[in-house]
Design a protein around this ligand. Structure first.
Ligand code: MSP
Length: 484
């Protein structure tokens, strides 16, 4: 039997922004899934990267007295550093300025052109350099871009358009039949609604080079450069070898899941499958869309000054706890508000007083009583059933439920069990061996399930219990002062 494969992607993040916890959230989830599938013995390819072309990047680079390339190198580096800090084990990091990607984009454009999927059209639109997109009348507030509070530029120019409309009936069918499985269900309905409303039209895929020069020149029109979506979306196939290494490509494509927040749902659920169909390639198997979160009730923004960077959280809580805190507090998929004050509370209750304290207590008792655990003698009657339930939750992307179930198990089967049995009052003998053996096996089960979520500390716990003579564990999660 061949090994099951699992190809998972995050969006590639705009390099004009520094990594913040919105980006980190998607990336951590992808990492948890990747680690979980590796643990299940699947062949995993986990892709993330940076989106580097466009007017905004060129504009920001100039402001910083850098060439676009220098600016991209620097900022793409910030993303890589952030992912390292968070222990993200991606298999590849793509940059849209990689020579291999740029060459592949040229070939993709050539194929789309040769296949008759592009048309030249006059384009007029209100373009916000900040958003790097054309805004519709509906998007504007008092004539301004609501995000950047600036007047969009009115641009009229000849561009190449991708003939999206020809594909819409087919895409609608693929989505409604779950051949492209869009989840949560509400997002699937949202996309089907967009298609039905008729608001999705042929879209422009290029810009005049004299306006936007930081991009890939089209092979059939030297005056135009690629514009955003064909260049960006195609990273998912160029990263695995399309079109030059087709054997490697066919090994991974189609991907099992694209992860993203709702802001780019339309592009992934409609534009991207259409581009793939035009290239004669299979469509993605599934796309999972999570909510945008706000910070203390407000949108995260530089102007408000409430942007939380991954490195700030890591320096306070450590990588494992940061991952835990971001994933445990609300259901993936829903919009949620992050309350910074609750982070410390949650850290202290679940990790310092919960898991960390339990490990310290148990290992202390084992060391004091000089217990040698005979692992083969202890089995937990419900562990199989419990694992099956967690697997189901993971299949539905309910990381919060998995983590809550782990906490609950720790409370019931370790904390409460110990308070009832009171091993500290027992004298040496089979009963004491049994009680401490049971809690040790419980902790091992819990740590094993925590491996994808908190890889370092979970491995540390497993290592503590892996030796013949177990000794008291160090402090895994130092308690934090609520007011500092
Ligand atoms: N470059 C495009 C994507 C191209 S993919 C082919 C882009 N980049 S982005 O830097 O703006 O990142 C968008 C993604 O970052 C979202 O889809 C989401 O995964 C994540 N998030 C950004 N802000 C977020 C929140 N406030 N909350 C949750 N996730 C957020 O769009």
């Amino acid at each position: 039997m061949s090994v099951q494969k699992f190809y998972i992607t995050t969006p590639i993040y705009y390099v004009n922004d520094e990594p913040h916890i919105g980006h980190a959230y998607t990336t951590i989830v992808a990492d948890v899934l990747a680690r979980y599938h590796r643990w299940q013995g699947h062949q995993v390819f986990f892709l993330t990267g940076t989106d580097e072309h466009g007017a905004k990047v060129a504009e920001m680079a100039a402001k910083n007295n850098m060439t676009p390339k220098q600016f991209c190198d620097q900022n793409s580096g910030y993303f890589r550093e952030a992912w390292q800090l968070l222990n993200i084990a991606n298999d590849y990091f793509i940059r849209t300025t990689d020579a291999q990607h740029e060459q592949a984009v040229v070939e993709i454009f050539q194929k789309l052109y040769a296949g008759g999927f592009l048309e030249e059209r006059e384009y007029q639109g209100s373009y916000c350099v900040g958003c790097e997109k054309f805004l519709s009348e509906r998007d504007l507030v008092d004539g301004l871009c609501p995000d950047h509070k600036r007047l969009p530029e009115v641009i009229t120019e000849k561009n190449w358009f991708f003939k999206l409309e020809d594909f819409l009936p087919q895409i609608r069918e693929l989505i409604s039949s779950d051949q492209i499985k869009i989840r949560p269900e509400s997002r699937k309905n949202e996309v089907l609604g967009l298609i039905k409303e008729g608001v999705l039209t042929n879209f422009s895929v290029s810009r005049q080079k004299n306006k936007v020069s930081w991009g890939v020149t089209l092979p059939f029109d030297q005056d135009q450069v690629s514009y955003v979506w064909v260049d960006a979306l195609s990273n998912y196939i160029t990263a695995i070898g399309y079109p030059s290494k087709m054997e490697e490509f066919n090994q991974w494509w189609p991907c099992e899941v694209h992860l993203m927040a709702q802001d780019i749902l339309k592009f992934h659920a409609v534009y991207w499958p259409a581009i793939l169909l035009a290239l004669g390639l299979p469509v993605p198997q599934s796309e999972f869309i999570h909510g945008f979160f706000t910070i203390n009730g407000q949108k995260m923004s530089k102007t408000i000054g409430n942007v939380i960077k991954p490195k700030d959280l890591v320096s306070r809580f450590g990588a494992d706890a940061t991952r835990y805190l971001l994933l445990s507090q609300f259901p993936f998929g829903q919009e949620a508000d992050i309350r910074e004050d609750l982070f410390t509370e949650r850290y202290n209750s679940d990790l310092a007083n919960g898991l960390g304290n339990a490990v310290a207590r148990i290992t202390n008792l084992i060391e004091k009583n000089d217990i040698k655990i005979d692992w083969s003698k202890i089995s937990l009657p419900d562990s199989q059933q419990w694992a099956t339930e967690r697997q189901k939750e993971l299949a539905e992307y309910r990381f919060d439920l998995v983590l809550n179930a782990i906490n609950q198990r720790l409370k019931n089967n370790v904390d409460t069990y110990l308070s009832e049995k009171k091993p500290w009052k027992m004298s040496a003998g089979p009963e004491l061996d049994q009680v401490l053996g049971v809690v040790a096996v419980e902790i091992k089960l819990i740590a094993t399930w925590l491996l994808p979520f908190m890889p370092q500390v979970a491995q540390q716990i497993l290592d503590i219990f892996a030796v013949e003579k177990i000794v008291k564990a160090p402090i895994l999660f130092p308690r934090l002062d609520l007011n500092s």
